[in-house]
Design a protein. Structure first.
Lengths: 576, 343
């Protein structure tokens, strides 16, 4: 099979189309699903982190307000001028309850310090220092609860000052210093996912709570807090929901923030992106796996289908090739029960017909050798060689041969003999063809022609006579040339008409068409008795011509093989 | 929340949830494995543990240290070896023992039990990492440059025991408000003795009492201190913060009972052994956190990245039985402020 440039087999096309038909929707579905899955997960993550941040903020808020609440108990009763032993006991009890409180200062209604107790330093009782202009006092009077800025004790531990006033001026106020290091208990208990955690930044963005206390103890340093501020700012600029960023150890994290009202802090919860997006990655992996499996299935399916579709085509192709190569007995076997099978059946029928046709063709080709082209065409057209069947019919037999050819052929070179014969037969053949006569046989310089068989013609006698005249005329033209070359040859023709048996004779590979009967003998004898330039015919032919040609009676002649003399006729013709 | 956990300012978030019971169980096992583990020493990290006292006196501290180490995931005998050096109370031997540890090429030196130990370790090496545990102010003592940035090869944990010496005087004064004279016991060999005495004197001035300063640097001088209290008619005895005193709380409690002297020390071991009261940092916390820091350093963290941790929890323990036998009564404010009351 010739493979043309850019040839793509149907199998490949089907495979591609079928594969695409399955794989593309699958891929689109996968991508769409992954995209929506990602969005949903992202939204869920936002929501989850947001909730975690709020819950963390609530816990930090509880820590601060727990302390604030405890402090509230110290501003319940009005002050008088006497030293207040009970308050001192209450304050010491509070110390025990709230370990984050480092110092407590109780002020009376005039803003004078009445009690100062510390875990470290000496207590002061009734120092009566005027602290009414203390910013904590002013702040607390304005808002009942006041939160100072975070300070770092000895540059390390974050402290917060809280001031509370009672519900009436006479109960005074309490100022407490709180060691924020103790938020660690709260912050370290907050878990975001498996490895996520929370941290707290104050208003200027300094780290005041983190599960790693060593970072908090350096929270005052800009370098420590900067990465945390960056995360907070990233969340701030992302608006609602979560943001992604880098944490201090360079991991990608998802983070969300929530404010702690009161001290105005920000609680940030963060989770490593790898963990936060874990479900997303899992879903993506799942989708990818389904895609891969789907694609493989699509491929197999496409292969199977394409094979199923193209296999009959391949069989057909192969079948036609074989039939084309002449193997007409080849049969295409397709049992698909569809159009392919119908097509194969057609092919098979066609092959059978082709076989028949070829057989006939071969027969006809054989016939053409001895039939006139017109006859051959007729047989060809009808596809029927029944005309060649043996039968008895009226025929005109024409014989002709050269006079003195035997002695001529003995004298000259064989090449010259063949050349002369070639010229001779050429002109005779042309004449036979022109008159649609049937060449029966030729031997040496003589030949036999039949008119009116196997195909009947109109006016067979007339036609035969015209043929004979044409033969004589054209051969005589040749003879003029030959004579000029010194060859002494002549040409005679004999015709006879009558009933003869015609038909095919011979054996399988060698058939001839011939006529048998006395008329054949008569024609041969007439030819033999004809001299150069003479055309001899029997009475029947002369009669057949009627008066249409100038037939001349030549009287009776003794013909070999006939007891009685036979009437012989001649015909004059123009000679060159 | 228990009070022990309130002050649990630890950093081992990852290991923080390992059950304490697990750690203890492993510790018990670890002790049995310690001796055959020498063969593995080249493979597992080694902690050089420079201890000023004997194993018996230090058992409770060592247990806390192991707990902290366990929080980071280090179990002695399994994945860490500990090379102990015991000074047996002879603080003069500390520099030699420290130098010995340096020579033995340990991975980290742990110097618990006070400023003398930390200073001895610091003097012995400038390259080996040191984790200290003490009661004084490490900046003031020149152990570190600053709390947040310790600098160099040393970091650690400090309680507020030394800083709260004046509070002990204040409490003794509250117990004996009418006393004109109170005695103070100090260890002249302590690096913090002068600052403590200075603070105590200024506090005494504020409180309006006279101070009788009594010196003791060895066990045999203890009895003389108690005898002097009685002789000098001081109404109470306040011990300055000093590890040597702290580790001998039992002995001091017995002497206080024998001489009928109301006394206050820094260590909770004192009231639990029959002494009157104590006010000082929580040594369980400090030793545990020293263990955590040692573990973190073994995990590759740099000492300069680990700020000095102050254990802010200061606990007041009072013994009502001892008060009764001395014919004293705690004021309601002392009782309500006490973290633990022994009845």
């Amino acid at each position: 099979m010739e493979v043309r440039q850019g040839f793509r087999s149907l199998f490949q096309k089907y495979l591609l189309v079928l594969f695409m038909a399955v794989a593309i929707p699958l891929a689109i579905n996968g991508v769409v699903e992954a995209w929506f899955g990602y969005r949903d997960q992202r939204a869920r993550l936002d929501q989850l982190l947001g909730v975690q941040a709020m819950s963390a903020a609530a816990e930090i808020h509880d820590f601060i307000y727990g302390i604030t609440n405890d402090l509230g108990w110290l501003v319940q009763l009005p002050w008088n001028d006497e030293p207040d032993e009970r308050r001192r006991t209450d304050a010491l009890r509070l110390f025990r309850q709230a370990p984050a409180i480092v110092t407590l200062t109780l002020l009376d209604h005039r803003g004078l310090e009445r009690l100062y107790i510390s875990r470290i330093g000496l207590n002061r009782i009734d120092s009566r220092t005027d602290r009414s202009t203390d910013p904590a006092m002013i702040g607390a009077r304005a808002a009942r609860a006041w939160f100072g800025d975070v300070t770092y004790n000895r540059g390390s531990e974050p402290y917060l000052t809280i001031a509370i006033v009672g519900n009436r001026p006479s109960v005074g106020a309490v100022i407490a210093e709180v060691n924020l290091k103790l938020i660690w208990d709260v912050i370290s208990a907050i878990k975001v996912g498996k490895t996520g955690f929370a941290f707290v930044l104050d208003r200027p963005g300094r780290l005041i709570a983190h599960p790693d206390i060593s970072l908090v103890l350096r929270g005052a340093e800009e370098a420590t807090s900067r990465p945390f501020q960056a995360i907070r700012d990233a969340i701030g600029s992302a608006g609602v929901g979560s943001a992604t960023g880098r944490d201090i150890s360079g991991r990608d994290v998802a983070a969300a923030a929530a404010p702690v009202s009161g001290p105005d802090w920000t609680v940030v919860v963060q989770q490593p992106l790898s963990e936060a997006f874990g479900p997303i990655y899992a879903a993506l992996k799942r989708t990818a796996a389904i895609l891969v499996i789907g694609t493989v299935i699509a491929g197999l399916l496409a292969y199977a289908l394409a094979h199923r579709m193209t296999e009959p085509i391949r069989l057909l192709e192969e079948g036609t090739e074989r039939i084309g190569a002449g193997l007409f007995d080849h049969r295409i076997s397709i049992e698909t029960g569809d159009e392919f099978q119908r097509l194969a059946d057609s092919f098979n029928r066609m092959a059978a017909e082709l076989a028949l046709a070829q057989e006939q063709q071969e027969r006809i080709a054989r016939l053409k050798r001895f039939l006139a082209p017109q006859v051959a065409d007729l047989v060809d057209r009808t596809g029927d060689d029944s005309v060649l069947e043996g039968r008895r019919t009226e025929v005109v037999v024409v014989f002709c041969d050269l006079r003195g050819f035997t002695s001529f052929s003995a004298e000259v070179a064989p090449e010259e003999v063949m050349s002369v014969l070639s010229e001779y037969y050429e002109v005779l053949g042309r004449a036979i063809t022109t008159f649609a006569a049937t060449l029966i046989s030729f031997s040496g310089d003589g030949l036999m022609v039949l008119v009116n068989a196997p195909v009947p013609v109109e006016e067979p006698a007339l036609r035969a006579v015209d043929l004979a005249v044409e033969m004589q005329r054209s051969v005589q033209e040749l003879i003029v040339g030959w004579r000029s070359r010194g060859y002494r040859v002549g040409f005679g023709v004999g015709l006879a008409s009558g009933s003869a048996t015609v038909g095919r004779i011979g054996y399988e590979s060698r058939f001839d068409y011939t006529a048998i009967g006395s008329v054949v003998n008569l024609a041969a004898r007439l030819c033999a008795s004809a001299t150069d330039r003479e055309i001899l015919m029997d009475a029947e032919v002369a009669e057949g011509v009627g008066g249409r040609r100038s037939v001349i009676g030549l009287g009776n002649r003794q013909i070999k093989g006939y007891d009685e003399a036979v009437p012989v006729f001649g015909i004059s013709f123009d000679t060159p | 929340m228990t009070s022990a956990e309130l002050n649990a300012v630890t950093c081992g978030g990852k290991f923080g949830r390992i059950g304490r019971r697990d750690v203890l169980a492993l510790l018990a096992g670890a002790a049995a494995w310690t001796s055959p583990s020498h063969a593995q020493r080249s493979a597992i990290p080694v902690i050089g543990y420079l201890c000023p006292e004997s194993p018996g006196l230090f058992a409770s501290r060592l247990k806390a240290f192991h707990e902290g180490l366990g929080e980071i995931g280090f179990i002695e005998g399994r994945n860490v070896a500990i090379d102990y050096q015991w000074a047996e109370g002879q603080y003069k031997r500390l520099p030699a023992l420290a130098a010995d540890l340096v020579a033995r090429n340990v991975d980290v030196i742990v110097a618990p039990g006070g400023a003398p130990v930390a200073l001895a370790a610091k003097a012995a090496t400038a390259s080996r990492t040191i984790v200290f545990e003490m009661g004084g102010d490490p900046v003031q003592l020149g152990v570190v440059d600053s709390l947040s940035r310790p600098g160099g090869n040393i970091t650690g944990v400090s309680s507020l025991s030394v800083e709260v010496s004046p509070k002990r005087l204040e409490m003794m004064h509250e117990l004996r408000p009418t006393a004109a004279k109170l005695a103070v016991a100090a260890n002249p060999t302590s690096p913090t003795v002068n600052t403590q005495l200075e603070k105590l004197r200024s506090a005494a001035e504020i409180l309006g009492v006279r101070l009788e300063v009594l010196m003791a640097s060895s066990e045999k001088e203890f009895e003389a201190v108690f005898a002097a209290v009685t002789k000098e008619a001081a109404r109470g005895l306040v011990f300055t913060s000093d590890p040597y005193f702290a580790f001998r709380s039992g002995q001091l409690a017995a002497l206080a009972q024998r001489y009928g002297v109301p006394a206050i020390t820094q260590s909770r071991d004192f009231p639990t052994s029959g002494g009157l009261m104590s006010y000082g940092g929580d040594f369980v916390q400090t030793h545990r956190r020293a263990g955590i820091y040692a573990g973190r350093i073994l995990n590759g963290e740099k000492p300069s990245d680990l700020p000095v941790q102050l254990v802010t929890k200061v606990e007041l323990i009072i013994n009502l039985k001892a008060a009764k036998s001395l014919g004293l009564e705690f004021s309601p404010s002392l009782v309500s402020g006490a973290d633990e009351v022994i009845e």
